[in-house]
Design a protein around this ligand. Structure first.
Ligand SMILES: Nc1nc2c(ncn2[C@@H]2O[C@H](COP(=O)(O)OP(=O)(O)OP(=O)(O)O)[C@@H](O)[C@H]2O)c(=O)[nH]1
Length: 305
């Protein structure tokens, strides 16, 4: 059926438990910093869309938040969002961390895949194979494919790029024939400000320790274009307690300065222009359990009239 003249397109949902390397893979494929990558779990909170267009295909990636056991309302939202995204997909790219044996959450995902749409094609990307030898890879491949035997397994390393071109071929050939939904030069339809908010949060993750980043939300207050001179961005970092506020600001504002400097460089890299970044910190008590606060920070609560 597939001939060279056939153009393939469609939606690919990235799914996988936290920290398996979904963001790293998406960034490698799109060659631009779009999703938040960090060594700590659960940094990807919103659905994100990255688009790859070449001569033969257009792939629209949806990056789900990691499926995990919810501990608070935000966790529930993240799980709902992940399940909802599965329903829209033409194809599922399930990323697992092959450097470890399957976790309970991998079983959970396999169950969800079975429950939602058994006819949906699923590619199982065994990631982080750069950390394994051939024998270990074969063993992990067997363990993971046993969870969902309908999946097409493929070994990759999002970090080194190994297996990536085979993965792209497989993705394209698994998508239906279809039109170009978006103009060629569209890398992402996410508003740049949303990516900027993610990058600020990621910079905070890099500089801060322990539980503080997980109790933090970023709101972009102002995103002003200044023509040739770049953009001016003002943002507020919300924490849950005054003690956290002190830590985020640091002695004489030193911590906030470092976070701002890292974030500014990343936003400049992402947007390809100069950025003036102004950050402030505010306390918003218990925002993770407050539906109003969640909405304010851009988490649309689903299943609500
Ligand atoms: N060795 C190795 N490490 C990797 C690979 N891919 C990702 N990592 C590392 O794994 C960690 C998690 O990567 P992310 O891309 O943030 O994972 P994620 O699945 O997007 O995580 P969430 O945002 O929490 O859902 C980071 O420290 C990455 O550098 C890989 O192929 N090999």
């Amino acid at each position: 059926m597939t001939s060279e003249s056939v153009f393939h397109s469609g939606y690919v949902t990235l799914i996988g438990r936290p920290n398996v390397g979904k963001s790293t893979l998406l960034n490698a494929i799109l060659k631009q910093k779009v999703a938040a990558v960090s060594p700590r779990p659960q940094t990807t909170r919103k659905r994100q869309l990255g688009i790859l267009t070449d001569d033969s295909a257009q792939i629209i990636f949806i990056d789900t938040p990691g499926i995990h056991k919810p501990h608070h309302k935000l966790g529930e939202f993240m799980n709902e969002s992940a399940t909802d995204t599965l329903l829209d997909a033409d194809l599922i790219l399930w990323v697992v961390d092959a450097s470890e044996a399957p976790h309970e959450e991998d079983f959970l995902i396999a169950n969800r895949l079975n429950a939602i749409r058994a006819d949906l094609p699923v590619i199982l990307a065994l990631n982080k194979v750069d950390t394994l030898n051939a024998e270990q890879i074969a063993e992990r491949r067997e363990k993971f494919t046993a969870l969902y035997p309908n999946a097409r397994p493929i070994e990759i390393s999002a970090l080194t790029g190994a297996g990536q071109s085979s993965l792209m071929d497989l993705l394209i050939s698994s998508l239906p024939a279809g039109p170009k939904y978006f103009p060629e030069d569209t890398v992402t339809d996410l508003y740049e400000r949303d990516i900027a908010a993610d990058l600020i949060r990621e910079a905070a993750l890099v500089h801060l320790r322990d539980e503080i980043p997980h109790a933090m939300a970023v709101r972009i207050d102002e995103y002003l274009e200044r023509g040739e001179t770049g953009a001016k961005i003002s943002a507020t970092l919300f924490v849950e307690r005054d003690s956290q506020k002190g830590i985020v600001i640091g002695k004489g504002g030193s911590m906030l300065k470092e976070i701002g400097s890292t974030a500014r460089k990343e936003i400049e890299r992402m947007s390809g222009r100069k950025v003036f970044l102004d950050l402030r910190v505010k306390t918003s008590l218990n925002w993770r359990n407050d539906p109003h606060a969640l909405r304010l920070f851009g988490f649309e609560i689903q299943n609500e009239e």
